[in-house]
Design a protein around this ligand. Structure first.
Ligand code: PMV
Length: 308
């Protein structure tokens, strides 16, 4: 039997814009998925016969990675699915990790590349931000240019993403889950449609790219007031791109008193927001009063790891 676990993530800056060639900064969080795999007489997931439509990520992971006998795969997750916290990436990375380990081929760059291919197959349109952050852990800067801390390069068609390690200081975030589930693929597609129809929105994309680079500097300096300002600006720009939700705005506004700043994280359209705070209890209470579910997370956590 082989087992592997992998973390979820928050995107601090740059979601959506990263699909269209801009940089993004994501941080691994202390919520994980664990996947274990053992050879069996039929393909099964969590005790049920595998159904490719229902178990889309695991089924695609097998197509991408596995050429051995049938296997039984079991997963356990502490990441709420559909919450924008990278649960599908963590399922993908932990499952691919277990498969590569069983084959004796698990190195982290191969894992990140295969996991990206799996997410791309399922979602049709994706950047490697979630999968690379889940594989590497800590902090990850994805960028069109190669720079300091370079880890690996992933490309698809014309797009090239250089993945970099980013050191993460001790920052406290509270995640506010709206309870509104939203699928990433259609939201990414809606941004593409908007960009084709309204050329001015390209300026929003450019500004998000600048925010990411300023954000990387602010993370390095642990400059929380600067990070908070950039988060609020990034949130407004994501609203301009049409991926906001009234509940996200409500939760962001609720954190004004107790947090440096807040923004939606991940695909939007519901899902989750994050707030940077020195007082997680006060910020959690504010999120709950506004109708969200609050989850305090640590960032900069370990990436994919083998489990016994
Ligand atoms: O909500 P999530 O975890 O699926 O994050 C999506 C991030 C996007 O930038 C919207 C898409 C991507 O693949 O980068």
């Amino acid at each position: 039997m082989a087992a592997c676990s992998a973390p979820g993530k928050i995107i601090l800056f740059g979601e959506h814009a990263v699909v269209f060639g801009k940089p993004a900064l994501a941080l691994a969080i202390d919520l994980r998925v664990r996947a274990s795999l053992s050879v069996s007489d039929q393909y099964a997931v969590n005790g049920h016969p595998m159904r490719p439509k229902l178990h889309s990520y695991i089924s695609a992971a097998l197509d991408e990675t596995w050429n051995g006998p049938p296997v039984r795969i079991s997963t356990w997750s502490s990441i709420p699915s559909g919450s924008g916290l990278g649960s599908s990436a963590a399922v993908t990375v932990s499952s691919v990790g277990a498969m590569l380990t069983e084959k004796g081929e698990c190195d982290v760059a191969t894992l990140a590349k295969k996991a990206f291919e799996v997410e791309f197959r399922v979602q049709k349109r994706a950047s490697p931000t979630d999968t690379s952050t889940s594989a590497h852990g800590k902090g990850v800067l994805v960028s069109p240019e190669q720079g300091d801390g370079f880890l690996w390069r992933i490309s698809k068609g014309q797009q090239v993403w250089n993945v970099h390690h980013c050191e993460v200081p001790d920052l406290k975030f509270v995640v506010g889950y709206t309870g509104v589930r939203a699928a990433t693929g259609p939201l990414v597609d809606s941004v593409r449609v908007l960009l084709d129809a309204d050329k001015d929105r390209r300026e929003d994309l450019d500004r998000i790219g600048d925010i990411v680079l300023q954000g990387v500097d602010a993370v390095r300096r642990a400059d929380k007031p600067a990070l908070g300002r950039l988060m609020l600006e990034n949130h407004g720009l994501l609203n301009n791109l049409g991926v906001g939700h009234p509940m996200l705005d409500k939760l962001v506004a609720a954190c004004e008193e107790s947090a440096y700043g807040a923004k939606l994280t991940g695909a939007g359209g519901g899902g989750s927001m994050i707030a940077l705070t020195d007082d997680p209890e006060r910020t959690s209470a504010a999120i709950r009063r506004a109708g969200g579910k609050a989850i305090v997370v640590s960032v900069g956590c370990e990436g994919a790891r083998l489990e016994s």
